[in-house]
Design a protein around this ligand. Sequence first.
Ligand code: FES
Length: 164
Amino acid sequence: MTEIDQASKIREIIEAYPADQRFALAAMQDMQHAFNYIPEEGLSALATYLGCAEAQLYSMATFYKALSLTPKGEHIVKICNGTACHLRGAMNLATELKRNLGIDPGQTTEDGEFSVELVNCLGSCALAPVMVVDGTYHNKLRVEQIPGIIDSYASAAKEVTAND
Ligand code: FES
């Protein structure tokens, strides 16, 4: 997306809402959805539109886990590190992901394809350890399954590109 496209998308998102601070979160969620993060330009344009301090929006963006101020990968890999998953080897999954993708939790691959996050209980403790990729649960996961799962998402991205 070019800078001009991004600026016009930001404007479109913001102007879809009344200039009322009650809609700040909704507009930020839309930006997150459109760009996979909230660009700095988006935050400042929204602050101007709503007539509020940018710092106020910044606080909201850092408070809500679903929002990010840094670009995230095309695919979001969440490793549950809640108690049950931790006890059943969640950190071994993180180590295998690092071996496979070259990144630690909290980081994004250089090609922008994957982000890895360590999260709290995902509500499937009986099926621990759990990893979620783009909303799909991979339960009772074994370390040796990770390369195949990651490959399947990487290949899907390549196929879409090849068919463009
Ligand atoms: S601790 Fe991982 S799903 Fe509950």
